[in-house]
Ligand binder design. Structure first.
Ligand SMILES: [Fe+2]
Ligand SMILES: [Fe+2]
Length: 297
């Protein structure tokens, strides 16, 4: 029987993961108390920075009334939350699957953190769903491609690969949500939801970075080449997904200026100067990291 570790840890990293476990046990999001659930969500307020609407800076934006812009802002927020729900629901089976498959090849402290991580994602999805119901927001469709990546492609692969792609997805989602939701004029319940979620997510991202960096130091050249090839396909799609989602016209109460299959208009929005600038700002740290590890073409 092979018993070499699938997630080799240095003594220093082992100590960091043990510390992460302790912090997580003491400060973790609690579904019942994370938000004042008896308070109203005020949908007359912006749930995000209005300067960050996906079609801002294009001619389509100028066709919307102020009321329609507010509706679109809430729909974009519904999409962001839906994205968290669909993605985070795939993570407990992925990580618990690794523990089941490699129970004798993953260090106990890492098994503990994978369990904490899984538990936290379940609490997050419950909280996100409760928020959506309370705000009268509807779930969007599962993200095309990403859902299969997390629920089908990654489970049979090695744990560091699954942890790396989980990190990339979570990091993009988290930078997007936090970049737009923390201003003083943002609807208070929405701002608090993303802020509270961020405390747990910041730990998930730290863990993902440690494990991924270790993988790039110790992984076989073949494995690393395979991961780079995958990431070069996944990352641009992931960025586009958070820049504009073509599903928008299926949700608006009015005729949205871009049809769901209007590839030219969708491409114009994805490549707009305004979105390029927003992506440069919000993803600066991520871009530097993926560049350093050769994860982008
Ligand atoms: Fe989460
Ligand atoms: Fe997470």
């Amino acid at each position: 029987m092979q018993t070499s570790p699938v997630l080799p840890l240095s003594e220093r990293l082992s100590a960091k993961v043990r510390k992460l476990n302790e912090v997580s046990h003491h400060k973790t999001m609690d579904h019942a108390t994370v938000l004042p659930w008896d308070q109203e969500i005020d949908k007359r307020l912006w749930p995000k920075d209005p300067e960050h609407l996906w079609i801002k800076g294009t001619r389509y934006y100028d066709q919307l009334s102020e009321e329609q812009k507010l509706e679109v802002a809430w729909l974009e927020t519904a999409r962001d939350i839906s994205m968290f729900i669909f993605l985070e629901q795939t993570l407990p089976p992925l990580y618990m699957g690794y523990i089941n498959r490699f129970h004798d090849r993953i260090a106990p402290e890492v098994q503990e953190y994978l369990s904490i991580f899984s538990k936290e994602e379940i609490v997050h999805t419950l909280t996100f769903k409760r928020f959506m119901a309370k705000a009268g927001l509807k779930l969007w469709q599962p993200p095309v491609g990403l859902h299969d990546l997390l629920s089908k492609t990654l489970p049979p692969m090695d744990p560091p690969v699954g942890i790396l792609f989980t990190l990339l997805v979570e990091w993009v989602a988290e930078l997007s949500a936090m970049h737009t939701s923390q201003g003083p004029d943002v609807e208070p319940m929405t701002r608090a939801l993303f802020r509270e979620h961020h405390y747990d997510e910041a730990r998930h991202i730290a863990f993902g970075r440690w494990i991924s960096e270790t993988f790039f130091e110790n992984g076989s050249p073949e494995q690393i080449a395979q991961v780079r090839q995958m990431s070069r396909q996944v990352i641009p799609k992931l960025i586009d997904m958070f820049t504009y989602n073509p599903e928008m016209p299926l949700h608006t109460s009015f005729a949205f200026p871009i049809g769901p299959d209007d590839r030219d208009a969708i491409e114009t929005v994805w490549r707009s100067e305004h979105n390029r600038q927003i992506n440069q700002q919000r993803f600066a740290e991520l871009y530097a990291w993926i560049d350093k590890l050769g994860l982008v073409a």
